[in-house]
Write a protein that binds this ligand. Structure first.
Ligand code: F6R
Length: 252
């Protein structure tokens, strides 16, 4: 596991964007796994700037998102499809038919989960996966206690996740209580994973990942210790609490 410490969120976003830019430049038909939420917004903004300065080859890129809220249509301004179209796909000019996100507004949710897993497999799997992390250590929407063996599935969102995401909705009552998420097993199949975390609220989850030797379903992020190709990008505010471990993990 490689740990990169940046001075602040802006630098973290720039370095993450540069890494994604380099992957796409080298491998035009990349299958890129993407996250939503606040953390990757800076990465996306920087990537758009890099693309405008020096055009990326996007004709063969495919993107696969981690998750979507159950009950929201793609047109809902609170859906992750809407977020991705607005913040990423339209500004970069990626044709929407090359972008995949589970549908949260279908009648048969389990069928949709299976369809999404097949889709990822049919395209040869995810090459590069971007992840954020929840305050409770979730990755995707795999809340604490989720089996590491699960592929795409429907989850009940934890109260802390609903609380954290309420800022994106008119009120907390409007945050969906369920989501479809790629499972830990799906995420672990990605060839290279970048985990981004910024701000003190994420320190505990990063401590569990870097400072504890335990891999536990109670802290889903700890599963990344078992992946051969992970880059963890954190800012100073988090690094202070795991300083003794940063050098050790870099050597592994
Ligand atoms: C989003 C996702 C979540 C977020 C996590 C952190 O697609 O899968 O795991 O990455 O909830 O969210 P932010 O970045 O808003 O703190």
């Amino acid at each position: 596991m490689k740990v990169i410490v940046t001075s602040d969120y802006e630098q973290l976003s720039q370095q993450a964007a540069r890494a994604v830019y380099n992957h796409i430049s080298k491998h035009h038909s990349l299958n890129l796994g993407l996250a939503t939420g606040s953390t990757p917004l800076g990465l996306y903004k920087e990537l758009i700037q890099l693309h405008h300065a020096n055009r990326l080859p996007l004709a063969d890129l495919k993107t696969f998102n981690l998750d979507e809220y159950v009950g929201l249509s793609p047109q809902s301004p609170y859906s992750y499809r809407y977020y991705m179209n607005t913040h990423v796909f339209e500004p970069l000019g990626i044709p929407l038919e090359q972008t995949y996100i589970p549908r949260g507004d279908v009648g048969h949710l389990q069928q949709e989960c299976d369809r999404y897993d097949r889709l990822i497999q049919q395209h040869g799997g995810i090459d590069v996966q971007i992840l954020g992390v929840g305050v409770n250590g979730h990755i995707g929407f795999n809340e604490p206690g989720t089996s590491f063996n699960q592929h795409t599935h429907v989850v009940q969102l934890a109260p802390s996740t609903i609380e954290a995401n309420a800022k994106h909705f008119p009120s907390k009552d409007e945050v969906p209580t369920q989501a479809i998420t790629m499972g830990i097993a799906s995420i672990m199949q990605a060839k290279h994973i970048y985990l981004l975390a910024s701000g003190e609220k994420k320190a505990k989850a990063i401590q569990e990942l870097l400072s504890s030797d335990v891999v536990t379903e109670q802290w889903p992020v700890t599963v990344l210790r078992e992946h051969p190709q992970v880059t963890v990008m954190i800012d100073e505010s988090i690094a202070q609490s795991v300083q003794d471990k940063v050098g050790v993990m870099n050597d592994r």
